[in-house]
Every structure is written in C-alpha cells, then in structure tokens.
Design a protein around this ligand. Sequence first.
Ligand SMILES: [Fe+2]
Ligand SMILES: [Fe+2]
Length: 423
Amino acid sequence: MELVAASVSKVVLPRAKCAASSEIPTHFSGAAVKLDPKRPSNSIVYDIKATVSTQPRAPETEKDNINNSKPQVTPYQLWTRKSSPSHVSEEKLAVVRGMTSWATENLLPLLKPVEKCWQPQDYLPSFSSPTFSDEVRALQQRTANLPDDYLVCLVGDMITEEALPTYQTMLNTFEGVRDSTVCSPEPWAVWLRGWTSEESRHGDLLNKYLYLSGRVDMRMIEKTTQYLIGSGMAPQINNDPYNGFIYTSFQERATYISHDNTATHAKQFGDSKLATICKMIAADEKRHEIAYTRVMSRIFELDPSGSMLAFEDMMKKKITMPAHLMFDGDDEKLFENYAQVAQRLGVYTAADYVSIMEHLIRTWKVESLVGLTPEAQRAQDFVCNLPTRFRRLAERSQTMTKRRGPPVSKSFSWVFNKEIKLL
Ligand SMILES: [Fe+2]
Ligand SMILES: [Fe+2]
C-alpha cells in the first residue's frame, strides 16, 4: 500500500542531527532514516515528506485571525512506504506463536493489577478537597524554582508519553503477537492492552502537574502533542516481532533513564513531590523494560541466529526515538533542539545510548552465543564492537563541542518563547 501526500512539495530525508555527533543517536534524536541501496529489495524504505499547505493556518486566537498569512508547515507530517510490503519469515512467526504459554507464565506477571497501581490523582490536588487552593499554591511554590531548561526536558518527556496512541498502534504491527480483535484473550494481546493502560497514566499525571504549575504554555504543548500523534513515528520495525521487542527493550530503558534523571534534578531544585512522580513513572518504565528484555532473551534462546541478525539490523538503523517527529507549528527542528537541551542537562545523553547498547549485549549474552550461522557470527562481531566505536565518536564530538565555544540558544514555545541554551 502506498500512501501519497495530497500536497507534497519536497522530499526530505531527516537525519536529525545528534546533539553530540551526526552518527550517534542521543536522547530523542535517533531519527537517522537513510535510503540504503544495499538493503534487500523487500525491505521497507521510509521517506519523509514535507507537507506545505498554502492555506492559512487555523486561527489560534482572535489576534491570530487578523493578517495571519503564515503557511502551515508540517515537515514531518507524512511518511510513505516506497517499496513492497514487509515479509516476516514463517520461522520467526513459528517462534513467537510457540511462546504463548511462556508469555502467560513469564510476561503477564509483569503487569501490575489495577488495584495495586498508583493513579495520577494520588499525586495531584483534588478539586473536591476544601484545601485545593492551598495545595495548588504549594505546588506552584515548589515549581517556581524549576529552571526553564529543566522544564523543556520535562515537557518533552511528557509529550513523548502523551503520544501513546502511536505506540499502541506500533506494537500492534508486530506480526504474530497482535491483538487481532482488540479484546483478544491471547497473552500478547492482554499484555499490549495492560501495558498501554499503565503507560496512559504517565502522560496524564505529568500533563496535569505541569498545567497546575502555571510555568509552561499548555496551548503550545497541546498543539505539539496533536501534531505528534498526527505524524506517527518511524521505528523501522518493519512488522517484525524480533525487531519490535529489541526496539521496545531499548526504548523502555531509555525512558527509564530519562525519567530517573528528571527525578534527581527535581529533587535538586527543591520539588520533592515532582521527584516522587518522576521516580514512580521511572519504576513503571523499568518494569516494562524488564518485560520486553525478557521476551527477547527467550527469543535469543529459541532462535539465536535470527535474533542476532535482528539486533544487528536495529543497531545499524539506530533506535529512532518515539517523539522524533515532534512539531509545535513553528519550530521545524523542535525535536533536535529538545534533544540538545536534554543532552546538555544530562537527562539523556549519547553516553546513555551506548550504555543501553552495552546493557542489552550483556543481558542477551550476545558475546557468548554459539552455534550461529556465518552471517549471524558476522552480526555478532559487528554488534559487540559497536559500543566501543560509538563511545569513541561520543568523546570526539564532545571535544568538538567544547572547542566550538559557548552554547547557542533557541526559543521554546513551551516556555513562552524563552531562550534556552542548546549544546
Ligand atoms: Fe511511559
Ligand atoms: Fe514506557
């Protein structure tokens, strides 16, 4: 199936410039989607297109309604499939389909029963409480000391969480483990719905907290979320469950690190309640990371060569971060800029990307895999050498950044267009 933009004006292959290097994906800047002539012809090649409408954008306020001739530019709005549909091998499908009882016994226990879960309201002032106004005032006093660059990172994390519909859709593209009826009793489907329901609380809580803080421009944040969900994402999983579980293992660990760091920083800035919130969310991410990593560990046991090749494939493509198509209606490099702030503040860095790679190599015992096909052995060598290569690149780009002089600044609509230092 080919989707064609109604108003495509130009083709752009977005190689989101990394904060640290053009080759190392950092926090949310892994959008290195390349047309690779060496790829097999049956692989999907994604192409990004800019949609430039000549229609004036919808008025935002009464003031906007007057003399607003700025065109709506949504450079990341539409992705197209340019080659033939994906094909997941029967061998791989047999592996995941044969894991049904394993998933029931080993995956589903990692979902937390609803009755034992925290809910956003547990950490928010309640409108029904007589002390509501005092609680909001206390919240605003705490958040008054949060620096704007910290808020940019928190907003970026929150918007990433809010695009959950995209991630549920993405997970449901994994062949062999789909929720085929939207209420399927299959363990994979039960997991997918349960995971989504747990994740849904993350964006909800952060959104309400930030809203009550009064520190951020909620309208611009809401617009960014709407654009992001409308744009989707391009994780390059290609419907392949192996690729999918490698991606989600990586991604959940990345979000764990990010939320955990925002918790530490919140504490340093004096907002212990926000620190608790970020810690709670990080704990969920950790549990989800364990789940996906465990699934992939099992797949490595059942099909080491296939798993090895999938791992190599995903590492070569680089892990595209879920919010890489974010846009606020104005800043076409919003994601890149946000990633740079996250890198500078140490919320998520190029070094974290490498550490996740190392962690997965260790957890899946990649170095000691035996009985691999010659092709998979080559993939094993490639993957095992990757962290050292990436680390060297990260160090080199760090030196270059230092030599470049003071960081440049960029205004962020999320914090009322205040100038924020990038890298
Ligand atoms: Fe989350
Ligand atoms: Fe998550």
